[in-house]
Design a protein around this ligand. Structure first.
Ligand code: PEP
Length: 250
């Protein structure tokens, strides 16, 4: 089954000012893309999201939150729920980004609780998984990815709401991109695990992005691999040339 490529832009805690975010979207307008051929989802900071949403949507992009709470509404200061995102017409959220896991102590159980809430709310998820450098060097890459996926699989009843982002932690923000063969081998193993743990049908349709130091220069070779269905892009999504990455996926 052909899978529509999906490119995500994770702005993390950038840019400094709303005016910079607006200027970036204005620059992107100059390079339109075919939204029938590639889905583009941008995750601004929570504070900028509401203000840039309509300009992103006007150029055919969708918006995502970078995080979501694991609880329902209530006494959870600083949090927001999957229901709040739906209410604000934000169709996607990231869950399990390595920075949430390593800097904010997000566990596999937390990611599972968040995925469960998103499933209940009908919210789409870019679910991030990936190994640390020492895990790759000790041959544990597939084991780590399976563990991170195994935590959420029992919570998923609608796989149409799920996209997997394979992001080797050693490649995020480091300039050290995985080679196309490394990414393909790992993503094929992820798809194979989904086949075993869920079904062949889901494994065939679920989109798996690669993330980690993707640039306009290295994306074409990665995209040529059969198990790479697009990218989750950090640093390079803060530049006008992000549209060259989008163009390489359509
Ligand atoms: C990310 O933040 O998900 C990411 C992949 O960052 P970068 O592209 O900067 O490595």
């Amino acid at each position: 089954m052909p899978r529509t490529p999906i490119v995500g832009g994770n702005w993390k805690c950038n840019p400094a000012k709303l005016a910079d975010a607006k200027a970036l979207v204005d620059a992107w307008k100059e390079k339109p893309f075919d939204k029938e051929k590639v889905e583009v989802v941008i995750a601004p900071t929570a504070l900028h999201l509401g203000s840039v949403k309509s300009s992103l949507e006007a150029i055919g992009m969708k918006v995502a939150s970078q995080n979501v709470g694991k609880n329902d509404m209530g006494a959870f200061t600083g949090e927001w729920t999957a229901g709040h995102l739906q209410d604000m017409e934000i169709g996607y959220t990231l869950i399990g980004h390595s920075e949430r896991r390593s800097k904010y102590g997000e566990s596999d159980e937390d990611t599972a609780a968040k995925v469960e809430k998103c499933q209940a709310a009908g919210l789409k998820v870019l679910f991030c998984i990936g190994e640390l450098l020492e895990e790759r060097e000790s041959g544990k890459t597939d084991e780590v990815n399976k563990r991170q996926l195994a935590a959420v699989i029992p919570k998923v009843t609608n796989w149409d709401l799920m996209v997997i982002a394979y992001e080797p932690v050693w490649a995020i923000g480091t300039g050290k991109v995985a080679t196309p063969d490394q990414a393909e081998e790992t993503q094929a193993a992820i798809r194979n695990y989904i086949k075993e743990a869920v079904s062949a049908e889901v494994a065939d349709k679920v989109r798996i992005q690669y993330g980690g130091s993707v640039t306009p220069e290295n994306c074409k070779e990665l995209m040529a691999k059969p198990n790479i269905d697009g990218f989750l892009v950090g640093g390079a999504s803060l530049k006008p040339t992000f549209m060259d990455i989008v163009a390489a996926c359509q």
